[in-house]
Design a protein around this ligand. Structure first.
Ligand code: DNO
Length: 424
């Protein structure tokens, strides 16, 4: 199975399995307040980044990718230049043009460009490419600095605030149909309690675009974007994804680039838009469109974990061979559909069982002599803590909070590995 990924050269299988996940860190490029040197000190060896400056849909040229790779991997400030000890392991993301998602008549033109980008990524030798299939908005939160008991700040999604925005600020036609009577009343009270500044911040958080996401919109632009989906239900939207995958996976295979689709965040329909990457059944559908390890998943425990019906360790057991990238974080759910981002080892995600399942998957890959036996992971979305609170940071990506998350995760991983439970 998947002979494409079996090592070409004879590899002597080591008797003992000692395989850690590859520790990576998302870097937003040269303007990120967290530097490559900081990331190195945090202990990561892999960089996850994108050419954020390329407009959505346009080709990533081989030259631009190569140049960024050189910047990441080589410190040219000294003579002779020396390796930084980092490699560009994952692209996150090459966003998919809306015309492709909507299945517009000109989608093939954009798909050709996407294919060209994949080929260029392959030529430069970056092994994993993340993308998502969320319509109009990428990840969505209502509050970027929810204060926790201990004074740390976290990202959160408050359902009544979201519903208040949808029904009373955006005034989306028919929005009320998507909420219960009780939620409509709560959202109304919530809307009435907000002053103009609070409303402005809420709007900005929801539609002005979070880092690494799609473009930001004004209310008017946003409404127009939503209308484009009036005739696209989830079946149609899923078919459009299938069409896209059938076109690009063969190119990914040829180019040696493993695709990793990121789940919907949060994993439920928003603004009446279709969402088709939220559940185990959704992911199973996707990986079966073209059965290849190159058509894989970015397994984001924080996104998927918002749904209590997503059994994360079980999903890794069942679909682990298609997991090309891991986002590890946890969320804490509330009864009304709200959630906030918990610290990495608390909240609703059972991180012990998740990492155990990942290490078991890596052990399997090792036995199969797969070249991608070490799965890249990154600690996703830290809290703002300590000095983070006094700095301008990318929401969810402040250095100290992420470092705390990563340190906890690698400690847990080491403990699991040393306990021997992976072999049982
Ligand atoms: C947020 C991220 C997302 C993710 C994209 C992948 O922190 O997880 O923006 O990068 O959805 O395409």
């Amino acid at each position: 199975m998947f002979k494409e990924l079996v090592n070409d050269c004879e590899k002597v299988q080591s008797k003992s399995f000692n395989m850690k996940m590859e520790q990576t860190w998302r870097w937003y490029g040269p303007s990120d307040p967290v530097t490559l040197a900081d990331i190195r000190q945090a202990g990561a060896t892999g960089i996850v980044t994108a050419l954020h400056e390329v407009p959505i849909g346009e080709v990533w040229t081989e030259e631009a990718i190569r140049e960024r790779k050189q910047l990441i991997e080589t410190d040219s400030s000294c003579t002779p230049a020396k390796p930084r000890g980092l490699s560009w392991s994952v692209i996150e993301s090459i966003p998919v043009h809306e015309d492709i998602k909507q299945g517009k008549p000109n989608r093939d033109k954009w798909i050709e460009k996407y294919k060209e980008s994949i080929r260029n990524v392959g030529r430069v030798g970056i092994p994993v490419l993340t993308y998502n299939w969320m319509p109009v908005v990428d990840w969505t939160r209502t509050n970027l600095a929810m204060e926790l008991e201990d004074g740390a700040k976290a990202l959160s999604f408050d359902f009544p605030e979201f519903a208040a925005f949808d029904m009373f600020m955006l005034k989306r036609d028919g929005a009320e149909k998507d909420y219960s009577e009780e939620m409509i009343a709560t959202a109304k009270a919530c809307f009435e309690s907000m002053n103009a500044e609070k409303r402005y911040i809420l709007q900005k958080n929801i539609i002005a675009g979070l880092p690494g996401g799609q473009e930001g919109y004004t209310i008017e632009e946003f409404k127009k974007r939503l209308q484009e989906y009036d005739d696209i239900d989830s079946n149609k939207y899923r078919e459009n994804l299938k069409y896209f995958l059938e076109q690009i996976v063969p190119v990914a295979i040829e180019s040696g680039v493993r695709l990793a689709i990121h789940p919907d965040d949060p994993p439920m329909p928003l603004f009446g838009l279709p969402r088709v990457v939220s559940t185990e059944a959704d992911l199973q559908y996707i990986i079966n469109v073209v059965d290849s390890i190159y058509n894989g998943l970015c397994f984001c425990t924080g996104s998927l974990g918002v749904r209590p019906d997503n059994d994360l360790p079980g999903m890794i057991e069942r679909m682990g061979n298609k997991v090309n990238f891991l986002h590890l974080r946890s969320t804490q759910r509330e009864i009304d559909g709200s959630f906030h981002e918990a610290s990495h080892l608390r909240g609703d995600v059972d991180m012990y069982q998740v990492i155990l399942a990942v290490l078991r998957e890596q052990k399997k890959r090792h036995a199969q002599n797969r070249r991608d036996e070490q799965i890249p992971m990154r600690a996703d979305h830290g809290h703002m803590i300590l000095d983070d609170l006094n700095k301008k940071t990318n929401p969810g990506y402040s250095a100290i909070g992420l470092l705390r998350g990563m340190a906890e995760l690698r400690g847990l991983e080491l403990g699991i590995e040393k306990s021997g439970v992976v072999y049982k």
